[in-house]
Ligand binder design. Sequence first.
Ligand SMILES: CC(C)(COP(=O)(O)OP(=O)(O)OC[C@H]1O[C@@H](n2cnc3c(N)ncnc32)[C@H](O)[C@@H]1OP(=O)(O)O)[C@@H](O)C(=O)NCCC(=O)NCCSC(=O)C[C@H](O)C(=O)O
Ligand SMILES: [Mg+2]
Length: 299
Amino acid sequence: MAPLIDPRGRPLRSVLYIPGSRERALEKARDLPTDAIIFDLEDAVAAEEKENARALLARVLDEGGYGGRLRIVRINGFDTPWGRADAAAFANVDADAILVPKVGSPADLDAVAAMVPDRPLWAMMETPLGVLNAAGIAAHPRLQGMVMGTNDLAKELSARVQPGRAELMTALQHCLLAARARGLAIVDGVFNAFKDEAGLAAECEQGRNLGFDGKTLIHPAQIEIANRIFAPSEAEIDLARRQIAAFEAAATAGQGVAVVDGRIVENLHVATAREVLARAEAIARDPARTDAGGQEGRA
Ligand SMILES: CC(C)(COP(=O)(O)OP(=O)(O)OC[C@H]1O[C@@H](n2cnc3c(N)ncnc32)[C@H](O)[C@@H]1OP(=O)(O)O)[C@@H](O)C(=O)NCCC(=O)NCCSC(=O)C[C@H](O)C(=O)O
Ligand SMILES: [Mg+2]
């Protein structure tokens, strides 16, 4: 079954990367309507800034103020000079998950899991080996979600990605299959041209149609578009309510199938309709404003 809301019942429509070295952006994010944040120590942080960013991010997370947004820390890889120190530094910091970059196999997750015993892990799916091993990675007992890394993937494939992303479709769908087979969350890659609203909207529509829970973003101006497109529309909510009502009426009359708008409604459609309503309710709880328990105010 597709998560579409994270294991704590929160939506994942918008997942904003923030460079761990940018204090102003880290502060600003406390008031942005993003569903989740990736606090980045990897590619968004220059080598000479890595250690400062690690210390800054630990302090900022300790201060809190991110409400019910899912807080994910992307550490550096263990094949870099910073990865193990990142894992050690964030093993006990108040974050919701650790995101491991360039995961090639479950062994990469084992190495991080051994150093970070109490946090769920997420995996960046962004290398050819990682995509080929997606089923094994998704089966890792500590894994909660996947993030498509479409920039690195395009680089590794030597792909020239065009609008419509046909060049990446095999990888995107392979990872989606792996994530859904294990009931994991999975979010789409970034759209680099952050001033191109129409281009972002088209890619969000495509990602939503494919089945992603949301989109990773690089700039605050992208949040509203992702939030809108990955949320159930009024028409979808209305249809879901009518499907549930029609199916329940049919069941009361001893029938297993109802008809709504000229289409059959069976129990599997009702399950999807209930997910649509659950997602709408999770969005209405507003993770940017409330903590994971639904209480208002800064967490
Ligand atoms: C792309 C940017 C470098 C643009 O930054 P900037 O020039 O500062 O933009 P603006 O002046 O328009 O910013 C306006 C205000 O918004 C704040 N801001 C900007 N970006 C963010 C952000 N990501 N989160 C929070 N706040 C942000 C600015 O501070 C301004 O605020 P104010 O001072 O109040 O006016 C920049 O957006 C940026 O660095 N983005 C993130 C880039 C990043 O994280 N890249 C790595 C992830 S992508 C990736 O690696 C995916 C994967 O691995 C793959 O392989 O695909
Ligand atoms: Mg990457």
